[in-house]
Design a protein around this ligand. Structure first.
Ligand code: SF4
Ligand code: SF4
Length: 79
């Protein structure tokens, strides 16, 4: 009996070309996005989000997901 060959799983396609946008007007400062960012791409200084390292951001969307239930301060450029 021939071995079944598994089909390689394609890596998830990047759905966004740019990192999520941070809206400081809506941000409540909970830092959940920073905690959950797997790439350490969210830049925090003195307890506040001051930017995002676009070269480090993998566009995974974790920061958008954890922010949405609270303030919607983080969203994709096209949404
Ligand atoms: S999760 Fe949202 S509200 Fe919390 S710090 Fe990040 S952007 Fe601000
Ligand atoms: S999209 Fe992912 S990698 Fe980029 S800042 Fe958000 S959590 Fe970090």
């Amino acid at each position: 009996m021939a071995d079944e060959q598994s089909t390689p799983v394609a890596p998830a396609e990047r759905q966004h070309n740019e990192p999520p946008i941070h809206d400081p007007e809506l941000c409540g400062g909970c830092l959940m996005c920073w905690v959950y960012c797997p790439e350490d791409a969210i830049i925090v200084e003195r307890g506040k989000i001051v930017g995002i390292d676009a070269s480090a951001c993998a566009r995974c969307g974790q920061c958008v997901l954890v922010c949405q239930p609270t303030r919607h301060a983080r969203h994709w450029p096209d949404s």
